[in-house]
Design a protein. Structure first.
Length: 95
């Protein structure tokens, strides 16, 4: 499957949102736990997802007892590996 996106554009949705409804996202540079990262903002999402490898790299404590089923491009569901809290910094200010 191939999906053509404009520069800076990402498409996807949470399983519990309206299927076939796409959202445009805003991206910005920032830091997660003081490590440089590209942040994707989705005001319609109930939660945010962080890559497991990156989460471990920045020393996030992952509660593996809390999983959530999600759907992205291609509509194949996947499970998150757990839940964590992160410190996000944008433009030098802690969020």
């Amino acid at each position: 499957m191939e999906l053509k996106l404009s520069p800076g554009e990402s498409r996807g949705y949470w399983k519990y949102h309206t299927p076939n409804k796409w959202f445009r996202h805003a991206k910005a540079g920032g830091k997660i736990n003081n490590e440089t990262a590209t942040l994707l903002f989705d005001p319609g999402a109930g939660v945010s997802i962080i890559d497991t490898t990156f989460a471990r790299k920045v020393d996030c404590v992952i509660d593996e007892s809390q999983e959530q089923e999600c759907v992205g491009i291609g509509e194949n569901p996947y499970m998150t590996e757990g839940r964590t809290k992160v410190k996000i910094t944008l433009n030098g200010s802690l969020m």
